[in-house]
Design a protein. Structure first.
Length: 108
């Protein structure tokens, strides 16, 4: 039994089929629009992720001393308290904690 395809495998298949459509002169506008939309959304998400990672790394470097102080602060007794403090340093005031999803169990 084969595992479910990954997102990258699905997108590779979408690209392959798009190239087949072009090569075979398949001009079904609905299909072409759907393929272009999927590929564009993927590119937009890749760009947004890259930009976020860049900005977060830049902020972490700029705030390294404050982040180290948070890590060493005995008043911040739990990992979650240190993470919350670090997020405030890096990203500013956080939204109401009650509206945020619980990500403490995630490995992502």
């Amino acid at each position: 039994m084969r595992d479910a395809p990954t997102c990258n495998e699905i997108l590779a298949e979408v690209r392959r089929r798009a190239m087949e459509m072009v090569r075979d002169h398949d001009t079904d506008a609905v299909k072409v629009k759907a393929i272009v939309s999927i590929v564009q959304k993927e590119r937009d998400q890749d760009f947004a992720r890259h930009r976020f990672e860049h900005d977060a790394a830049q902020a972490a470097l700029r705030e390294a001393a404050r982040l180290q102080a948070i890590q060493n602060d005995p008043a911040l007794a739990t990992d979650e308290a240190r993470i919350t403090a670090a997020r405030r340093v890096l990203f500013g005031e956080l939204p109401d904690e009650a509206t945020l999803p619980d990500v403490t169990e995630s490995n992502d």
